[in-house]
Design a protein. Structure first.
Lengths: 470, 470
């Protein structure tokens, strides 16, 4: 008998609490298969008051709470610790679309709404939620905000935090902060919404949010390009950006190695170009203009890049099906790499002009220390964000390769630090990158963060062990 | 003899410390003439190490520090308290442009660079700093960030905080936080830059920043419109936004009353339209596209608004001189109102769809309680941000009218709160709006902010008395 669980059940009802081993197991594992930690129980409140009541009960007993949305973290941000003593609080039942203001372009939703459902709700109202990530079918808004997810449209619309106008948060003592404002301008004290966004659930539980929407684009055009060098990739990026930064919704990089893996391992995948190239880019332009002649813009810039020797070849999607096929290739990079063997993932960023240096130094480092390992780089190069994934040498032992993961990541992070970059561009810290956080973020910065953590969660019950090493 | 001042002079040199009554007086008054408080002394460090050393000395003696940039606060945010015991720390000598990365579109500058100088530095490198406020000739970047200034381009590029990629901050204990990263994506712990941006110097002193730039627009077009109703103003806004949100750089509102005051009181001012209207709007479209046919976009949308009865008349600027004349009218609103007598200023925001309700309710309230008072509303209506200024009745006693300021502002704020708005959209709290902050921001929100303040500035020496009432 677990008295706390009984008390939680008394508040939340039978369906609001799970504690059978089989029921709770999925909440303790992450989709990457990196962690398998058993929660003490799982609570699933149906509303903000239920979240607050559950938090108050846990706080009274000093029991740690792990907020969990779609559990799609890349870094173990939503699984409990190892001790079996932590309560997972799932937001999945709080999935109401509260209000859409088409005139003011705002959307108020609860934390458990999936990103895909939020996109569709906006679309149904004739508006556009400019936020797209691979996990959008499962990822829930509370987690998307708590991890400040990035994705494909960051280039044009910023990270998730840039779309958050207001938040409702249950604090670690169970009080509710109602900050659900929907204002573009509000200079009344500290920007608390920016503190909770990206805090990975360590300062409180986001229960609802107001997001900023954009008008729906009237036309889109996608283009798949082959390029001779990484310098040419940046040259094309700058040409497109300087010509029409407003229309540049995505500029996604795929290295030759990464594309080859996709062609080998993804059923039905084929190169959209006639000849292979050393580097590839997927460009998407979009506009709300009725007279938005995106094709002309694209042809002008591609023509100039071709003349300058910065472009080998380009295919413009001539149908929605082809546009989606381009994106499918990009979105299935991780799958393809999984089938190619064990991989060590680095989600890093540098100033965009430093991307060539990053790739060159990383290649040298790999050749020296991990001969045969394949660098399958891809990502949101317009943001300087590269998924610098390293695949095991063909035929090597996966487990032995994986065992080198921490060492390899530290070597990458050393290069990153030297280039003024970040060791975690969009995936956050979670459990996986705590050591890198302690190593690569200075003492002053960590001290300020720890003071904030202690000020807002003095009992340290809110997602403890994430971001900061215990 | 003042021992602390002697110690500061030993560190900063003779030119780095002012303490003669005549020298320090300007640092204790604000440009609106609301406050005249004498500082104990003024320190003017030339570099970050100097700021840190001065802060350490003051911290050791428990002496309060008031960071000051261009001293253009609308709310007394940069003047010392009344006791004559506080040290003003001026950033004016830290005015170096450190680096511009044209490729990555970032600008690293010191806190004392004026906004105008920063705009020009970006321009010289062929880039655009999309931040513009009336005080840009004097306002310094440190203050602009510390107050999260808004302005004319917020509609398209966000508030100041949205342009801040990195910060360098001297903390209240004199330690230096070097957060001068220039990354678009960096999810490594709490968003400290967003905490210091808008904190009004109460958590530390911003000494340098990395700002995000945009490509330089290739063409601009401005248009002055007369409209029959406030509903029509919003209708035109939505039409332009939905047609080409990316090109809509500014959408500024001027009420008929505000424009009449400008025509009466500004030498040489004239209405750019043939007939007077009830409401006016200044629209600016811009684009980086070479083939950016902004005129066609504008004519299409204006034609549709005319057909729908949402527009009386419009004049498109046919020269750069005329474009600047439109803007001059808009920028001199405050001057015109000053000449019309005493005024009580409200810088408020509501969801954009609620602007008509705000103006109607405010007019009713004024008619009931302040008969004859003139509501001269203008502002950044696309952001829902209205400068709802109230001018004394003609012939009334200015001092008697001004004495009603607090009461009138509270009546406005009651309407604002009811509409889900903010009592300070872009001006912040400073000394002037502390009471409104205590009244209109909930207890939970204030408590979280006070915990953060205590965690980062436990001795309460950093700009004490701002935001929070003592």
């Amino acid at each position: 008998m677990d008295e706390l669980v009984d008390q939680l059940r008394a508040i939340l009802g039978h369906g609001g609490v799970l504690d059978a081993a089989g029921d709770i197991a999925p909440y303790g594992t992450d989709w990457r298969g990196l962690f398998d930690h058993r929660p003490r129980a799982v609570v699933r409140p149906a509303d903000t008051a239920g979240v607050a009541a559950a938090v108050r009960l846990c706080a009274a007993s000093g029991v740690a709470i792990v907020p969990q949305g779609g559990n799609t973290s890349m870094v173990g941000g939503a699984v409990p610790g190892t001790a079996g003593s932590q309560i997972v609080l799932s937001l999945a039942r709080m999935n109401a679309i509260r209000t859409i203001d088409r005139s003011g372009l705002t959307l108020e939703i609860e934390a458990g709404v999936t990103l895909r459902a939020a996109q569709l709700a906006a679309e149904a109202a004739g508006a556009f939620l400019p936020l797209s990530i691979s996990a959008e079918g499962s990822a829930q808004i509370g987690g998307v905000i708590s991890t400040n997810a990035g994705g494909n449209n960051t280039l044009r619309f910023g990270n998730t935090r840039d779309l958050v106008l207001g938040l409702e948060v249950v604090l670690p003592d169970g009080r509710i902060w109602n900050g659900l404002r929907r204002l573009r301008k509000d200079n009344t004290g500290y920007a608390l919404r920016h503190l909770f966004a990206g805090a990975e659930g360590t300062l409180g539980i986001i229960t609802a949010a107001v997001l900023r929407l954009a008008p729906m684009p009237r036309s889109r055009i996608a283009c798949f390009c082959g390029l001779p060098s990484i310098g040419a990739v940046l040259d094309l990026y700058r040409r497109l950006r300087d010509e029409d930064e407003a229309a540049l919704y995505a500029f996604e990089y795929i290295s030759g190695t990464a594309l080859d893996l996709a062609l080998r391992h993804l059923p039905g995948a084929r190169l959209p170009l006639e000849r292979a190239a050393a580097h590839y880019v997927l460009v998407e332009l979009a506009t709300t203009r009725r007279a938005g002649d995106l094709g002309a813009t694209l042809e002008t810039v591609l023509g100039e890049a071709l003349d300058a020797g910065s472009l080998d070849d380009a295919a413009i999607a001539n149908s929605e099906a082809q546009r989606l096929a381009f994106w499918s290739l990009r979105e299935h990079m991780a799958d393809a790499q999984k089938r190619a063997g064990a991989s060590i993932k680095n989600d890093v960023s540098v100033p965009v002009a430093a991307v060539p240096a990053l790739l060159a130094r990383a290649a040298d480092m790999l050749a020296q220390h991990y001969p045969g390992a394949r660098m399958a780089a891809f990502g949101h190069i317009g943001d300087g964000n590269i998924h610098l994934n390293v695949i095991q040498p063909e035929g090597a032992d996966p487990a032995r390769f994986e065992a080198q993961g921490d060492e390899l990541m530290e070597r990458v992070n050393t290069i990153i630090a030297d280039l003024g970059g970040s060791f975690s561009a969009e995936h956050g810290i979670g459990l996986l990158k705590r050591h890198a956080f302690a190593t690569w973020r200075g003492e002053v910065e960590r001290d300020v963060m720890l003071r904030i953590k202690a000020a807002i969660d003095p009992a340290a019950i809110m997602n403890p062990g994430k971001i900061f090493e215990p």
